[in-house]
Every structure is written in structure tokens, then in C-alpha cells.
Design a protein around this ligand. Structure first.
Ligand SMILES: Nc1nc2c(ncn2[C@@H]2O[C@H](COP(=O)(O)OP(=O)(O)OP(=O)(O)O)[C@@H](O)[C@H]2O)c(=O)[nH]1
Ligand SMILES: [Mg+2]
Length: 252
């Protein structure tokens, strides 16, 4: 089993070395990491290169010319991972909101559930968000994820906006990544919607989602509002999809 962790970074100089150390410390056989850095002004790209030189067979870096967005960072990262023979791809943030300690249970779930995608989920039983969140922030987030998105898109995933996910290679191939057009935070919603419309099965495992402790937040009310409106765009774009529209994948 070859697992590639795709780790997009923008200004994660304070987190990157610790994240790589934690991922490698899991000692998961077949695990390698691809960092996709968008020419971070804080020097994350140089830190990535230094780390990659220390473990060239386990860590690679894709440098892009500037901040081109999370969506295209993942798409380029997934394509790279496929070209390099990955069986599974794991997507996660580099700021420790997605705790690497959950990765073994996500792998176990993918291998035992008969499903195609596993989400590390804040909104199923046993999952939770940072304890510092006030009740109104918790409610708003729960509503946006588990009610609003589900109501419009009829997704089964309870955490459709979360970015902690383990994919089987053939799912990403069959989905045809060129269908996915969002680049910001709504990218997470678009990919899970396309996958579900194409008949892929999603399973969720509970996680505790901690706020970032180090580095700058890129989230704002404007970004969240834009994402909420874009759910409709995702619906209009993909509502006709059905399982017969998967790309044929050799050997499946
Ligand atoms: N390559 C690349 N990575 C990005 C970009 N935007 C965000 N990231 C990374 O994507 C991950 C998630 O972004 P975050 O900024 O943590 O977004 P968030 O979790 O919604 O918000 P905060 O944690 O509050 O900042 C992090 O690892 C970021 O460094 C981008 O344009 N390009
Ligand atoms: Mg974050």
C-alpha cells in the first residue's frame, strides 16, 4: 500500500517541520508526503526543500509560482501522486487542525468499510470542534455543514466542508478531476458532491478539530459567505451527474 499525504502550504513556516516530523513518526509503511507550496513569503518553501533533502525517498515538494489557491494545489498534488504510483491519497491542512494521530484509523476504515472515501469528521457522533469556540460559532458551523450543504446538495457526508480525507486512487481517477472547478474553500464541497453523485461511498470517522495555534488564519466572514453562495453554483454544475458518468478506470 502506497499512501501519499498531499499537504498544501501557504505561510506555514512555524508548523511545517513539526508536521513532517509527526507524520514520519507515525511509522506507517508506504507513507510519503508531497508538499505543495505556493511561494510562501515566510520561507515555507525553503524549509520544505531542506527537509526533502534529508529524506528524498519519503518527502517531495511541488513549488508553484504564487498563491494559486487550495483547490488547484490539491488537484496538482493528487495528479502528481497518481503519476508516482500512489494507491491512497490523504488530504489535510498543515496547521494541526487535522491531527495526524487519526490517520491510522482512517486507513483502517478505508480498508474495512467497503467504501471509497473516508472523511475525518467533526460532525458525527464522537467528533467535535475546538473547545474555545462559543456556542454561536459552533451552531453556525454545524448549521453550515450539516444542514445547509446537506439540504441543497443532499450529500450523505456530515462534514462536507472538511478537508481531512482519505481517497482511493481509482476514485480520483474515475471522478475526472478536470470536472472540479472551484479553487477556494468550496473545493471541498465540490469534490465530495461530485464523488457522491458518481456513486462513490463515503464513510466518516470522528475527529477533534483544533484551531490553528501558530501562523496566520486566512479565513474571514467574507470568505465564508462567498463559500455559502457557491454551494448553489456547485449544485447547478453537477446535479446531472450519475454513476454511469465515471471515467473508466483500468482494472476496476
Ligand atoms: N498551496 C496552497 N496552500 C494553501 C493555500 N491556501 C491555504 N493553504 C493551506 O491549506 C491549508 C488550510 O488552510 P488554512 O489557512 O488553515 O485554512 P483554514 O483552516 O480554513 O483557516 P485557519 O486555520 O483559520 O487559517 C493550510 O495548510 C494552508 O497553509 C493556497 O492558496 N495555496
Ligand atoms: Mg486551518
Amino acid at each position: 500500500m502506497k499512501l501519499t499525504v498531499v499537504l498544501p502550504t501557504f505561510n506555514e513556516a512555524e508548523n511545517l517541520a513539526k508536521m513532517i516530523d509527526t507524520l514520519m513518526g507515525l511509522s506507517i509503511p508506504g507513507l510519503s508526503v508531497l508538499i505543495v507550496d505556493d511561494n510562501s513569503p515566510d520561507g515555507t518553501g525553503q524549509i520544505a526543500d531542506t527537509l526533502a533533502a534529508q529524506m528524498p525517498d519519503k518527502l517531495s515538494v511541488l513549488h508553484r509560482r504564487g498563491k494559486l489557491g487550495l483547490g488547484t494545489a490539491y488537484i496538482e498534488g493528487f495528479r502528481w501522486a497518481m503519476e508516482h504510483g500512489a494507491d491512497y491519497m490523504l488530504q489535510m491542512d498543515c496547521d494541526f487542525s487535522h491531527d495526524p494521530k487519526y490517520i491510522p484509523s482512517m486507513i483502517q476504515e478505508l480498508e474495512s468499510c467497503g467504501c471509497d472515501i473516508v472523511i475525518g469528521s467533526r460532525y458525527i457522533k464522537g467528533g467535535s470542534v475546538d473547545e474555545s469556540w462559543g456556542i454561536s460559532r459552533k451552531l453556525l458551523s454545524w448549521f453550515a455543514n450539516s444542514v445547509y450543504v446537506n439540504m441543497i446538495l443532499r450529500t450523505h457526508a456530515k462534514d462536507a466542508t472538511g478537508g481531512f480525507r482519505l481517497w482511493r486512487r481509482d476514485v480520483l481517477e474515475g471522478m475526472d478531476l478536470s470536472r472540479v472547478r472551484s479553487n477556494g474553500y468550496i473545493f471541498q464541497v465540490e469534490t465530495i458532491y461530485v464523488a457522491e453523485k458518481l456513486g462513490y461511498q463515503v464513510s466518516e470517522v470522528p475527529i477533534y478539530f483544533a484551531d490553528r495555534r501558530l501562523g496566520q488564519s486566512k479565513m474571514s466572514f467574507k470568505v465564508q459567505l462567498e463559500a455559502a453562495l457557491r454551494v448553489w453554483q456547485v449544485f447547478m454544475r453537477h446535479r446531472q451527474l450519475n454513476p454511469s458518468m465515471r471515467l473508466p478506470v483500468p482494472g476496476r
